[in-house]
Design a protein around this ligand. Structure first.
Ligand SMILES: NC(=O)c1ccc[n+]([C@@H]2O[C@H](COP(=O)([O-])OP(=O)(O)OC[C@H]3O[C@@H](n4cnc5c(N)ncnc54)[C@H](OP(=O)(O)O)[C@@H]3O)[C@@H](O)[C@H]2O)c1
Length: 299
């Protein structure tokens, strides 16, 4: 897998992918990569204008690309449900679900569902989306679900006594918790898919440190510094594309960049820490997530 890139993947037609947060950064580059390989991509975005602009940019490069935009706000359970309903009225198969949309270190906000915003946007919305789309995923041969996590998962454990930071908000810990949850979800999802006898794969992936709009909440003076040491978003998308397209991968694996401290580089298999591999904590997180979303699956 050294220096893996898209040229190693054969073209695939008649296959459908959903990318949440497809208009920017990693999601945009993953969309572009999948289009290049012949997939039809549903860009699941929250801002129609940004989505249309991104779609137009892709069509300039790939005029025959099959791209559909369906609106989603992953921070709202009502909107996630609306997306899932709309998708399933239009499509009868789903090969790839890329749970990518995210925000980082945002100011404190409580969503309409009463959740801390980073936890809701990055994790809870995707937990619900996956559950709502599970029937179509499991009935599509060779389907995969990729959960985007981050090196920052180490910034926090799961705060079972205060998921929503009611006792005091930390924007770094809230991001860390959300990304820890995405990672543990990917592992637990695979265990549950296997136990139920499904061949759908769940894989976790992270893009190292990549130049995207994720730093939008950083002070304006600091943002330009990113360009000096972050890898381009297209490079950061490679571990995600590898997780999506490499035929030798098994479910429950974790993919990241192969360079120094996993900050940049080409895709490789990486290890999660002991806490993230703890099956009891993952089970508890799953049960709590079902209660929070009222989406019950594989349980
Ligand atoms: N960049 C990195 O170095 C890095 C490192 C580790 C992990 N990641 C992960 O990579 C993923 C993509 O982030 P990125 O770096 O590509 O950042 P980005 O350029 O800011 O892209 C984030 C995408 O998510 C969308 N989004 C945010 N909130 C949403 C919501 N409530 N509903 C629907 N879509 C929403 C954004 O839409 P708008 O454009 O409308 O805001 C945008 O399309 C995230 O999960 C992030 O945690 C990134």
């Amino acid at each position: 897998m050294s220096n893996w890139n898209l040229n190693e993947v054969p073209s695939q037609s008649e296959k459908v992918a959903i990318v949440t947060g497809a208009n920017s950064g990693i999601g945009y580059e993953v969309t572009l990569g999948l289009i290049k390989k012949g997939f039809e991509v549903v860009m699941a975005c929250r801002d129609m204008q940004k989505a249309v602009e991104a779609k137009s940019k892709i069509l300039l490069q790939y005029p025959k690309a099959k791209i559909n935009i369906i609106m989603i706000d992953t921070s709202s359970l009502k909107e996630v449900k609306k997306f899932a309903d709309q998708f399933q009225t239009q499509y009868k198969k789903l090969h790839l679900l890329i749970n990518n949309a995210g925000i980082m270190m945002s100011p404190h906000r409580v969503t309409d569902d009463g959740f801390e915003n980073q936890f809701a946007t990055n994790y809870i919305g995707h937990f619900a989306l996956t559950g709502l789309l599970l029937p179509i995923l499991t009935s599509t041969s060779g389907s995969r679900i990729i959960s985007l996590t981050s090196l920052s998962y180490k910034w926090s454990e799961i705060k079972f006594d205060d998921f929503h930071f009611k006792k005091g908000y930390s924007k770094t810990k809230a991001y860390g918790q959300s990304k820890r949850a995405c990672l543990m979800f990917a592992f637990e999802l695979q265990r549950r898919l296997s136990a139920a006898g499904y061949d759908t794969l769940s894989i976790a992936a992270h893009p190292g440190l990549s130049k995207t709009n994720l730093d939008r909440y950083y002070p304006a003076l600091i943002r330009p510094l990113g360009s000096l040491f972050l890898q381009p978003a297209a490079k950061g998308a490679l571990p995600i594309l590898f997780a999506l397209l490499d035929n030798d991968l098994k479910g429950g694996e974790f993919i990241g960049p192969d360079g120094f401290q996993q900050m940049r580089g080409y895709p490789t298999k990486v290890e999660a820490d002991e806490y993230s591999n703890n099956k009891e904590i993952a089970k508890r997180l799953w049960t709590e997530s079902e209660k929070m979303t009222s989406v019950f699956y594989l349980s």
